[in-house]
Design a protein around this ligand. Structure first.
Ligand SMILES: Nc1nc2c(ncn2[C@@H]2O[C@H](COP(=O)(O)O[C@H]3[C@@H](O)[C@H](n4cnc5c(=O)[nH]c(N)nc54)O[C@@H]3COP(=O)(O)O)[C@@H](O)[C@H]2O)c(=O)[nH]1
Length: 921
């Protein structure tokens, strides 16, 4: 597969329209947007995953850092608090110790004076200290025997001894005056847990004299710790040096770990404590109080105590958790948004891909050519149809240099409008033009173009439709509508348009015009004898000749059949116009009578080229204003043409009123003829037909019209008219009925029984589909002997539909009816049909008989016909025999039957019968 050189992406989407290969575009080319889309989708998924993963990792990192910061801050806080608590505790211890030391000094001073202990003075001092130091619950003095003798709350009536107390025992045995601080002990006087701070005092000789001791309620420590309210999850604990619980805030009296003396601590605490450091921090996932958090540990500097401050993670991480939740929410929102964006992109990509795919399919299957050009007219895109239209491959078309590409658009206006965008319509527009292909072929196209912006640059899109076929069809339709398909001459419709145009033109410019009606003489005979194919050849040749006789601007048209029309325009303004028109008409007449070479193979079984002569009758009328209608003009030229016919054909006639009279007469004759049968105006004349011994064999019945005003009208005047109008059918039927009735009448008479009657049957009569039935029913109805009936047919009947003709003749022949071939030799005589027809007789036409004696050709024809008849086993009769000499000559030629004035003119029945009886006499 080759790539298109101008391949690039465009603004419609990933795949560029029209980017596929002319030669090799197949499923792969179609799938290209799909594979590209797959890559983009993979990239999209990777980017989405990457971005989200990054967001998650960053969030986690940030949260971790934040948590550490919160934890560190909590550790720092706990240390600070522990330190503050320690300062408070050590301060209290210091104050207590100060009081004890002062008391010891004072007591020892009193003892040193030798006056003994001033009980009331000591009592005042005790009270004084006790009042000033809220830490101290009780300040007392015990003698060397351990009896508490002085101090607040001491009742001499209820002696109390501390001789068994550790601190008493220890101090009694100690050297110096160390401060003794007990663990929490049960206060014997106060009846609750206390801590005792004690110092010994000596006699002047240094012997043990007793102890002063201060009791501090654990509540004091509890209240001291309570000052450090750090939150619900925070704990501040004061322990003794064996980790026994002294006080804690918040109190936890309902749990073992909250009981005074409880030594349960976390392993982490245990470890820090065991390390011997004075202060430290640690993290405990699970403290004895089932709490997770950071803890600080601090030894009290002047007492065997230690402070333990803890912050629950629920407290110190509350802010962090809030941030964490926000971060989670932000990350979730980010993921959702990016996923939504990704999904949107995915769908857009899918839509774009589908559109691109659809565009490709549309383009690929578009029957129209499609192109995109830039503002310089340069071809940017083109589809297969355009390439095929112009005969280029895609590479060639897109590789054309500008000059060659513009050359494909030979029409300047279209080129400027479509390629160079001389005007930019907002609406798409259509232009019809012609393209020039690679091989120089011209392609008629309709271009529909519109402009658009691609990457901000103006481009022009053109859809190009090959309208060659449409144009050809339109022309074809126009030709069918306005032209005669056989001759390609304008038909009646177009001719009428031209005639109207000529009428308007001559009215405006005062020149003359002429309307010429041309009818071919005896064309019907040609058509009937040689067939329509041959007739068509003649018509085509006539059309060609007509066109050669007229000028550009004149019109030669075919009206139908053998009728042609010529319109001559812009003839002279004066009477000269008549001679101009006549000159053209004469030229036409002369040219049309020139021999035609017709191919008989087109219409007959025999074939071969044959020379044929045909003349024409031309009727002509002039006009130079619009006062006459086209109908009137036709009527006039028609009249003139009939006059030309009447004048012996092969003639040009101008219209004149006399002509019109003839036409009117013909119309009147037709009108009269319609009533002739009903009015009993028809009658039959009988002309004898004789044998070689001049005996009457029978008669040919010849129609006569006895008109009340016109007198006797000969068949030559009305038979052609009756054939043209179809009146021959009822007339023919009447003739046959009358003839058969006469046969029936003769059958009853012995002297007439042998007589035959010949009846002329016209082609139109014979062609009736029920002709056989008609004849047989007449024969049956009249009771005539069919063996006495002879039907005379003309040669023209034999040419077309020979099969049908034979069938009908045989059907009648089977019933005894005989056939005679009339006017033999004048038409197209063919041996082949003669052999097939069930004929009884050939009739030598009178035109050969007339000059028989002087014209050797006629004699030869007569001889030929006689020989032919003999050879075919047919009888032969000569008509038009007017003289003895003719009769004798014919006899010598072998003719054995005759008809003609020499034997009897056609006459009424009575005349015929008289002749018959005269012969009998
Ligand atoms: N379809 C029908 N056609 C008919 C009928 N009756 C007559 N015709 C046809 O009319 C044509 C003219 O007929 P007509 O004027 O009667 O002429 C016939 C004879 O009078 C004439 N004839 C006979 N003998 C002579 C002669 O010695 N000299 C001479 N100059 N004329 C002669 O020939 C005509 C007979 O022709 P044909 O029929 O060919 O034998 C004519 O063509 C009739 O066919 C009818 O009822 N139906």
């Amino acid at each position: 597969m080759q790539e298109w050189p101008h391949r690039k992406r465009n603004a419609w989407g990933a795949p560029n329209i029209g980017i596929y290969n002319h030669q090799g575009a197949g499923p792969q080319a179609i799938d290209r947007p799909m594979s590209r889309t797959r890559s983009i989708r993979t990239l999209l998924i990777a980017v989405l995953l990457g971005v989200n993963l990054l967001a998650v990792v960053a969030s986690a990192y940030w949260l971790n850092q934040s948590q550490q910061q919160y934890t560190q801050r909590a550790e720092s806080n706990t240390r600070n608090i522990a330190s503050a608590v320690e300062r408070n505790v050590s301060s209290s211890v210091g104050k207590i110790d100060f009081a004890l030391t002062h008391l010891v000094d004072d007591i020892e001073l009193q003892l040193a004076r030798g006056h003994g202990l001033d009980a009331s003075g000591a009592h005042d001092i005790f009270e004084n200290f006790h009042g000033r130091l809220p830490e101290i619950e009780g300040l007392r003095l015990a003698n060397e025997r351990g009896q508490v003798v002085l101090g607040n709350g001491v009742d001499s009536s209820k002696p109390v001894s501390i001789a068994d107390r550790d601190y008493f025992v220890a101090l009694r045995q100690s050297d110096g005056h160390p401060l003794w601080i007990t663990k929490p002990v049960w206060g014997r006087l106060v009846q609750h847990d206390i801590i005792i701070f004690a110092r010994r005092f000596n006699r002047p000789d240094g012997a043990f004299a007793g102890v002063v001791f201060a009791t501090v309620s654990l509540d004091y420590f509890q209240q001291l710790l309570a000052r450090f309210d750090l939150g619900p999850g925070a704990t501040v604990i004061l322990r003794d040096q064996d980790l026994g619980l002294i006080a804690r805030n918040p109190p936890l009296t309902d749990q073992p770990v909250g009981q005074v003396g409880n030594r349960l601590v976390s392993p982490e605490f245990q470890a820090v404590f065991a390390s011997g450091v004075d202060a430290g921090s640690f993290y405990t996932p699970l403290s004895p109080e089932r709490q997770e958090g950071v803890f600080a540990f601090q030894r009290v500097s002047n007492a065997p105590m230690l402070i333990n401050v803890g912050l629950g993670s629920s407290d110190y991480l509350a802010g962090w958790r809030e941030e964490r939740n926000k971060t989670y929410a932000g990350a979730a929102a980010f993921i959702v948004v990016t996923l939504a964006l990704g999904l949107l992109l995915w769908r857009m990509l899918a839509i774009t891909t589908q559109e691109a795919l659809r565009n490709r399919v549309y383009l690929r299957n578009a029957s129209d050519g499609i192109q995109i050009t830039d503002t310089s007219g340069r071809l940017v895109e083109a589809n297969d149809s355009l390439c095929a239209m112009l005969g280029y491959t895609r590479q060639e078309l897109l590789g054309l240099d500008q000059r060659l590409w513009l050359a494909c658009w030979p029409e300047r206006t279209a080129r400027n409008a479509i390629l160079l965008q001389t005007s930019l319509d907002s609406e798409p527009r259509s232009i019809e033009t012609t393209l020039l292909g690679k091989a120089g072929q011209r392609v008629d196209v309709e271009v529909r173009c519109s402009h658009f912006y691609l990457s901000g640059k103006l481009h022009l899109h053109a859809s190009i439709r090959d309208i060659g076929e449409r144009r050809a069809n339109a022309e074809k339709i126009e030709r069918l509508a306005f032209y005669d398909p056989l001759t390609n001459l304008p038909n009646r419709r177009l001719m009428l348009e031209r005639l109207n145009r000529a009428l308007v033109g001559c009215g405006r410019h005062q020149h003359h015009c002429a309307l010429m009606l041309i009818d071919l003489d005896n064309f019907k005979v040609l058509n009937d004898t040689l067939g329509h194919g041959v007739g068509d050849q003649l018509l085509v040749e006539v059309a060609t000749r007509l066109q050669s006789c007229i000028r550009l601007g004149d019109t030669a048209a075919r009206m139908g059949g053998d009728e042609f029309v010529v319109i001559l325009e812009e003839l002279d303004e004066s009477a000269l116009a008549a001679s101009q028109a006549e000159g053209v008409a004469e030229k036409i007449r002369l040219l049309l009578r020139q021999p035609y070479r017709l191919n008989l193979a087109a219409g007959t079984q025999t074939g071969g080229l044959r020379e044929y002569k045909c003349t024409s009758s031309i009727g002509l009328t002039l006009f130079n204003d619009q006062s006459v209608s086209t109908d009137e003009l036709f009527r006039r030229s028609d009249t003139a043409m009939y006059q030309a016919k009447a004048a012996g054909r092969n003639t040009v006639r101008f219209f004149d009123p006399a002509m019109q009279a003839a036409v009117d007469a013909r119309a009147a004759l037709e009108d009269d003829l319609r009533h002739a049968v009903a009015n009993n105006q028809l009658m039959l004349y009988y002309q004898p037909q004789v044998d070689a011994h001049d005996r009457i064999l029978g008669a040919e019945v010849l129609l006569r019209w006895r008109h009340p005003q016109r007198g006797m009208v000969m068949p030559g005047e009305f038979i052609p008219l009756s054939e043209d109008t179809g009146l021959i059918l009822p007339i023919g039927a009447w003739v046959l009925e009358t003839a058969c009735a006469q046969l029936k009448a003769w059958a009853a008479r012995e002297d007439c029984q042998h007589l035959t009657i010949s009846v002329n049957v016209s082609a139109r009569q014979f062609r009736q589909s029920d002709f056989v039935e008609q004849v047989l029913s007449i024969v049956l109805a009249t009771g005539a002997n069919p063996h006495r009936l002879k039907l005379e047919l003309t040669e023209s009947l034999m040419v077309n539909n020979l099969e049908e003709t034979v069938n009908k003749m045989e059907a009648l022949n089977d019933q005894g009816i005989a056939f005679s071939l009339d006017d033999f030799g004048t038409g197209y005589s063919s041996l082949s049909y003669l052999q097939r027809l069930p004929l009884k007789q050939l009739k030598i036409d009178q035109s050969f008989v007339r000059d028989l004696l002087v014209d050797s050709k006629d004699a030869a024809i007569a001889q030929t016909v006689i020989n032919l008849a003999q050879n075919l086993g047919l009888a032969v009769i000569a008509e038009g025999v007017e003289t003895q000499a003719q009769r004798d000559f014919l006899e010598r030629l072998g003719c054995q039957a005759y008809q003609g004035y020499f034997f009897g003119r056609p006459g009424p029945l009575q005349d015929f019968e008289k002749l018959l009886f005269a012969e009998a006499l």
